[in-house]
Design a protein around this ligand. Structure first.
Ligand SMILES: [Zn+2]
Length: 91
């Protein structure tokens, strides 16, 4: 029987194989939801799905795509924003 604190579904169960061949049960916090585009809600590519405490350890170039609106908009929405801006420019 697991300890009372492990009986809820809050923590994720991870079955880990030890060097001696036994399978032991570890508990860890669940992953956050995948990053979404702010306009269309599509899942963003190239974004790590980790907790904020882990993000502090990751290099900035591995946190989001290095392009304008990287990490906020998907590539299609980024292009449409640029086209809208260019067409609304008054010279
Ligand atoms: Zn989008």
């Amino acid at each position: 029987m697991p300890a009372p604190k492990h009986r809820s579904g809050t923590l994720r169960k991870i079955f880990t194989r030890t060097p001696s061949g036994n399978t032991v049960l570890h508990y860890s916090k669940r992953k956050p939801n995948k990053a979404q585009c702010r306009l269309c809600g599509a899942e963003l590519k190239g974004m790590p799905r980790v907790r904020a405490i882990v993000l502090k350890r990751i290099a900035l170039t591995k946190k989001r795509p290095t392009r304008p609106f990287g990490g906020n908009l998907c590539s299609g929405c980024m292009r449409s924003v640029f086209i809208k801006k260019a067409r609304s420019m008054t010279l």
